[in-house]
Design a protein around this ligand. Structure first.
Ligand SMILES: Cc1ncc(COP(=O)(O)O)c(C=O)c1O
Length: 491
């Protein structure tokens, strides 16, 4: 195990220190997990993940400076430090990603009520509305075919659907997958006192990143859920929920909902990684993010100079969506040289060992963090130069826009609990969907339980299946058969 210097220098790592003391005291383990601190595991697993990491994997126990420690207390202290760092009234560590936080927050704030949101929201909020027996009230995204981006509707467009049946909340993706961040202050003003829940999955770095849009709690979101694992350095699946000034009255309900949804055996590795990510951010502050932004700027300038491709600019964001842009993210339009983003992503990976975050019908998305280096940018630019020289034999086809939200005939909850039949996709037209289908790209739901399947939905899903786009949600691969409410279940 590494020496203790790093912990001595970081008083903010109390939870991790407790886990390490437990290992160093060589406590004899007769408790979960069964692998006994890595003593009894498959050797291939131990070699891959390392014995040190396995030794730290324990459930509910750690060691204090003078004997058995206080797991819950250390965790609470780590969450309090995180709250101070992120400017929150309270923070909670999450071990089922931002998805888990969204499930709990929607359940806490809108069970049996309504959720106002853009249709281009992540599927986790539709799952949340299903669990909470709530009604999603979708606003149409502002779709841009040149970039294949279903961008955020402005606050004014969202507010057209107000008032909501209470309890209700306004849900905003801030920023979205493309780094677009709408004007949160206007949203709060127009929300008529409803709590605003920010899905800040992609914005955990905003507080530390020079030139980034304002963090959601600063503009008045009641609650923000952040994937600390996406842009900060926590382990995959580790996220945080932050409660702001406007949400502090809601904390009791949120805690109750978290206890309904979260596991009783949270992984100490995930929790310690959250504590460490927060401590790292506190120690490094804006310095390391300034470097990441510089790298992104440098990559942008070189891509625009040396390739035929174009990067989404702050001006594009303002003109098309009245939004700001995350400076640590590049959206590169490759369709200008005939490629779809999906093809470009495949070639970059296959020929250049460069993996992008995602590709859509027109562009690829790249994320920059302080973990990137100048060498990474060199490889990326070389790869894009090569792609630009090759040019595609065909023109990139016009992007097919995602279909609008179909008419809602039942609550999502009613549809998933009704008798379900899986019918061939074509035969599902006119029936009520009983499952969610989400395509990647663009990662937004095509159909949600309780909605009527329209011919446009079927056409879009057939198009997606023919092109091999990833689909999430359907029980049958590529939604070849779609789950619909049986006639007997339709009132
Ligand atoms: C906008 C958005 N919200 C929420 C999530 C869910 O986050 P997590 O993977 O941490 O559960 C994602 C995941 O990709 C996302 O893109």
């Amino acid at each position: 195990m590494a020496d203790r210097e790093d912990l001595r220098e970081s008083p903010g790592l109390g939870f991790l220190a407790g886990l390490r003391r437990y290992v160093e005291r060589a406590v004899v383990r007769f408790h979960t997990p069964g692998h006994r601190g890595g003593r009894w595991v498959h050797p291939g697993w131990a070699r891959s993940v390392g014995r040190d990491a396995l030794a730290l994997d324990m459930s509910d126990v750690l060691e204090g400076p003078r004997g058995p420690g206080d797991w819950a207390g250390e965790l609470r202290r780590a969450e309090e430090r995180a709250a101070r760092l992120f400017g929150a009234q309270a923070s909670r560590f999450l071990v089922n990603g931002t998805s888990g936080g969204i499930h709990a927050a929607v359940f806490a704030l809108a069970a049996g009520g309504e959720v106002l949101l853009s249709r281009a929201s992540h599927i986790s909020v539709y799952a949340a509305a299903t669990l909470a027996r709530a009604t999603p009230r979708d606003a149409a995204p502002v779709y841009d075919a040149e970039w294949d981006i279903p961008g955020p509707p402005g606050a004014a467009a969202l507010a057209e659907s107000l008032p909501l049946r209470r309890p209700g909340l306004v849900f905003v993706t801030y920023p979205d997958y493309y780094g677009l961040a709408v004007d949160g202050r206007e949203l709060v003003e127009r929300a008529r006192g409803l709590p605003v829940l920010a899905d800040e999955a992609h914005g955990a770095h905003f507080r530390f990143c020079p030139g980034a849009p304002e963090p959601a709690l600063e503009w008045g979101a009641a609650v923000s859920v952040q994937s600390t694992h996406k842009m900060l350095a926590a382990l995959t699946q580790a996220s945080m929920l932050h409660v702001g000034e406007r949400g502090k009255e809601l904390l009791g309900r949120i805690d109750r909902a978290l206890s309904l949804f979260q596991t009783t055996s949270p992984s100490p590795l995930l929790l310690a990684s959250l504590e460490a990510a927060a401590e790292q951010a506190a120690e490094e502050g804006r310095r390391s993010w300034a470097r990441a932004v510089e790298l992104a700027e440098w990559a942008r300038a070189r891509i625009e100079r040396a390739t035929p491709f174009r990067c989404l600019s702050p001006q594009d964001a303002r003109e098309r969506w009245n939004a700001r842009l995350d400076p640590a993210r590049l959206v590169v339009n490759v369709a200008v040289a005939g490629w779809t983003g999906l093809e470009a992503a495949r070639i970059l990976r296959h020929d250049w060992r460069v993996q992008v975050e995602m590709g859509n019908q027109r562009a690829v998305v790249l994320l920059f963090t302080p973990g990137n280096t100048a060498e990474d940018v060199e490889r990326l630019v070389q790869a894009l130069e090569d792609l630009g020289r090759r040019r595609s034999r065909s023109r990139a086809p016009a992007a097919l826009p995602p279909p609008g939200a179909p008419p809602r005939r039942m609550l999502p909850w009613e549809a998933v609990s009704a008798p379900t039949a899986w019918v061939p996709l074509k035969e599902s037209v006119g029936k009520i969907a009983a499952e969610t289908v989400c395509t990647y790209p663009p990662g937004i739901p095509v159909i949600v339980p309780g909605e009527e399947v329209t011919p446009e939905v079927v056409e879009y899903l057939e198009h997606a299946a023919a092109r091999g786009w990833e689909m999430r949600g359907p029980a049958h691969k590529d939604a070849a058969r779609l789950g619909v409410v049986e006639e007997s279940g339709v009132q």
